[in-house]
Design a protein around this ligand. Sequence first.
Ligand code: SF4
Length: 284
Amino acid sequence: MELKEILSKSILVPSKLPDSDFVINPYTGCSFGCSYCYASFMSRYVEKEIDDWGNFVFVKKNAPELLQKDLKRFKNFGEGKIILFSSVTDPYQGVENKYQLTRKCLEVLLDFGFLGEVSILTKSSLIIRDIDLFAKFKHISVGLTITSVDDEISKFFEKFAPKVSERFLALEKLNSAEIDTYAFFGPILPHFASSPEKMEEVFMRLSKVGTKKLYIEHINLSNYIRNRLFAETNFSQEILKTFYESKTKNYRSKIDKFLVDLVKKYDMKILGGGKAIYHKDFNN
Ligand code: SF4
């Protein structure tokens, strides 16, 4: 994997994503290399190909200093604003062990006295390293992406990310430390349409570790994502068919019905407007 230290021009970037006003991405690229990753389009910004995604990480060495400067633009110490770590990288991927840029940026926010909300999303159990900092924030929520309960499945689609069992453990530890947590259940993999009991296992495990809030996202099969996903996974025709079916209304209604029932049964709350996120244009 290519690892390069760079000086970035910006770090606190306005966001169009729901539930966030700004995003902080301390790294460009992501060593977890998930085969369905929508952020692979970032490759183009650093003169890489989409297929290179997962093979490079650029480290924004000056991220904490930049953030210190950027925060000056906030009035009222950012009250009412939401900052998300991260939208197009994983803030706790392996290099964070060494560079600690996410941790340093969180320290900058604390030193500044940030009064808004911090939201963190990762697939990494390294996140528990920073529980001491999370406890000092007024408003913070920490999310782990969960795509199944099965380590084999997580290893298949999220090759270099920590196994999903480690993510459940991380959620459990965060909840024990009384940190507000959520799960990002997505992308919903198409096999759930024919096995609602597998989907229920996700809710059961979340409930068991004490996480009651979740974002839900249907799979995004835009051209650039689909091409990389299908090239990397080499699915059989039968599995490919299930992926293509995931764009149909019938599939979506079926999944949404399971979800509504499960959210009710396990007394959970769907974040992001109370509905699953849906990417409507299959052909983009
Ligand atoms: S962890 Fe997130 S950003 Fe990293 S490759 Fe996976 S989906 Fe993409």
